[in-house]
Design a protein around this ligand. Sequence first.
Ligand code: ZN
Length: 194
Amino acid sequence: MFIEPQIGHSKNEKRGWIEVVCGSMFSGKTEELIRRLNRALIAKQKVEIFKPAIDTRYHAENVVSHNENSIRSTPVQFANDILLLAANSDVVGIDEAQFFDEELVKVSRNLANAGKRVIVAGLDMDFSGNPFGPMPELMAVAEFITKVHAICAQCGGLASFSYRTTASTKKVVLGEKDQYEPRCRQCFNKGNRK
Ligand SMILES: [Zn+2]
């Protein structure tokens, strides 16, 4: 369980930082993002949530995780749009960060430098097992990284790979359960050799 660091509230001082929640599909990334944001909301902090406009799987204005525990969010086309839209918030949540352009790294740093808590959730690897979009750089500049795991659909082991069960080789296939399954390294490699 991630325990939030102490915010420098003694002199009403705003201290920003970056948290990354990463992992494979079905690992509970979005649930963890929502958990953190809900707790900030309860504390009456100003929370804004963004996701790439490309992710239209469910409702256009909701961050929706697979268990339907949701928070309203704003779809944006470019990472740079977040800067302006998040100007008045204390906490900035970003979901499906892997689909954003590389500018998201600069945007996250600027927000944190301005005293905001930035929580970024995303897939750390694509279906080929390679680092996904701006995620590796975000992990490098973040203060806190939480890697969450799924359970391998083949052997029940610890899964950190998203195995694509269909033949498509397109990098971005918006994930529904029937196109992917979580796999451990061994079962992921076994499947890809076939
Ligand atoms: Zn396995």
